[in-house]
Design a protein around this ligand. Sequence first.
Ligand code: TRP
Ligand code: ZN
Length: 880
Amino acid sequence: MRTETEHTIFLKDYTPSPYRIVSVDLDFKIGESETRVRALLTIEPQADTAPGTPLVLDGDGLVLDSIAIDGAPLVLSAYAADETGLTLIEPPLRRFVLETEVTLQPASNTRLMGLYRSGGTWCTQCEAEGFRRITYYLDRPDNLAVFKVRITAPLAVAPVLLSNGNLIEQGSAGDGLHFAVWEDPFPKPSYLFALVAGDLGSITDSFTTASGRKVDLAIYCSHGKEEQCLWAMDSLKRSMAWDERRFGREYDLDIFNIVAVSDFNFGAMENKGLNIFNDKLVFAQPDSATDADYDGIERVIAHEYFHNWTGNRITCRDWFQLCLKEGLTVYRDQEFTSDERSRPVKRISDVVTLRSAQFPEDGGPLAHPARPSQYSEINNFYTPTVYEKGAEIVRMLATLLGEAGFRKGMDLYFERHDGEATTIEAFLAVFAEANGVDLEQFQTWYLQAGTPRLSVSDSYDAAAQTYTLKLRQETLPTPGQPTKAALVLPIKFGLLGPNGSEMAWTGVSGGTVRDGMIVLDGAQAEIVFTGIPSKPVPSLLRGFSAPVTMDTTLSQADQLFLAQHDSDPFNRWQALQDVGTALAVAAITGTPWSDDAVNALSQAMGETLASESLDDAFKALALSLPAEAQISRAIGKDIDPDRVHAVRSELLKAVFAPLALPMLNAYLKLSSDAPYAPDAASTGRRALRNRLLGLLVGSEAAGATGLAAQQYAGARNMTDRLAALSASAMAWTGDAEAMLADFHANYAAANPLVLDKWLAVTASVPRDGVIERIRAVLDDPAFPKTNPNRLRSLVGSFVMGNPTQFARADGAGFRFVTGIVAELDRINPQVAARLLTGFRIWPMLEQGRRDAAKAALTGLEASGSLSRNTADILSRMLAS
Ligand code: TRP
Ligand code: ZN
């Protein structure tokens, strides 16, 4: 294998560039077969740059056509160009203009980085290092420059010409060509550059900012999809209003454009004034998009919009600081959804995501700090750790400082760093300064990988009326970090008295307790509460106030007491999950559950369903057992996924079969003829109804399969149709095969985004034969192996969502995936590397599967030349 581990880049090596590019004048001549790019870069040496210091510009796969400085062509000896860039051997030690010309082939750019074609549309993706595939440049986020962009293209194929900022000129260029000139007054790093040229439809709207400026809004898409962009537009306007209300942040340009494209490596991109989106995160209509899709659109539209302040106006000094913009912006989009919808429901779903995506990363071979100190391929660090754990760290900061203190820090951050490329240290410093606190130890959250384990035990002294909580934290070693420091853990809590109400105490000693939280900052603490009249039930880590794994010694009865009485909805949900996990784990490791234990959980679920105070969305989340992956992680080692699957299915039956009748009644009562609406109440209603359908089918209730078939056939929106299909397919009911065929023929065939749903369900069926089905889809010459959405739906769902088949005992699942990765790596390394990360569970499996996984990975290593993306993931995967 051609590993490129020598290419490692270290945070400690950061140095400013000896030259800076202050302004950029780009001229794109777009033609059917190739695009010519002429760049005029105004460059200055830094004050301390020594004469004779070479200027090294990044370039990736570029072919230089011409080069000049201040209009004079350069002699061959004055520069050197190769695969990685362009070096000016001895540039002038004054301001000068470098002019280069290159020719690009966007149509054959299957990596989807730089300038490429999606459908007929020309579009760009520059984050993280795609701009160097467009022109030679200082392609690093600390070089901020103003951009002027001229685009010339054939009018017939590209009537729409867009770039960042404001449109300052447009017109005919003769010969069937036309042009547009865009100017972005805000200095920006190259990763925020964007260009779009194509034949696109659009919807338009406007937003008036708090200070009274009118902003023209537009969403561009392929013709005929316009009305599917209305939800995205609605989400955008609400995001703009929210950022003004909640953070005092107004939009700054007169135009905000969004473009939906079909081929895109990630979800969306926050290019200044011209966001580019994966079309699955724009298009929504009730008969093709589910509630989850509507949700994702609202969230990602908000996320990219919020980047305008947290990412664009204040950007990252270097890519090690990625979490500075991503963790913070995820926190902001989470808060937006919480304010727009239900805060507890949002918190529970975010924690489910964190546990299913980030915890396995943090506990496996790919573990890394939220701010890494080294990388070989930056694209492999757009991870759940940087995004989701990054958001948790910001959330803890807000918890520790309180809402007002957090806002003071944010205000100072915007005031002090607007227009800068900065660091995590600078971010923490404003909170420390604004609140007069020391955040030195808190910073460890950014530097240390691994999920801390928090162990809790308690005791009560009736004679002394004291209650003692013993807390201990420990973080296990992760790759490259053998020893770990204690972290600052904000542990929100309450003590529940016998009637379920909050207990007060008269005194507390042994630790920091304030504002309803314990702040644990050492390895352990023993906190004594005085004046406690009877043994309380502790409710700890309310709202999941720190991203840890908590081991508790609470009895099942105490957990169920919490599930019923806790004032914190998150912990009510958590208590039910914990009871389910404990029963499953015990059974898998050799202690079958007792009827009493299962009946108690069943009864608690029944009470949850019957409750008149809980809302539907919450009930939908509460009426569930932890996912197989969650149970596996609680066991931690020597996992046999077949056994986990079998035991969980049995437990599901044992808990929910007794509730068949109330579940059926509730299901029927929730049925509605109202037209589809994406509001929180309607979404919650559908979520609960579909959850009940899933539970009825999963617990093999009489008539349940017929009910699913009936819902499938009669569904009036995609949410209900897909839920019925998915419930039937996962349980592989007698109707499943026919339903899948019907869905393909009548819904998926005509709409690629619906096809993705069919692909995902097909690949997730936990049964033999699934690999052959996936193979058949992939081998169909019509299947687009260049489209990331299709590949992720088909292969990604298999790797991440089908543990029994991916981790088959015979190794066929592993070999299947490494084979696909090897093939896709030549088409799109980012997508291939991402699929390979599914192997991160391998060290946790039982010996036989472990050996099989390792053999497949070693086989991939031996298979020949791999991209840096895939080689990096593979080498870290095998180092464990
Ligand atoms: N910055 C984008 C976001 O989080 C992520 C992104 C979009 C991205 N496209 C990418 C990252 C391509 C790497 C490569 O909103
Ligand atoms: Zn982002």
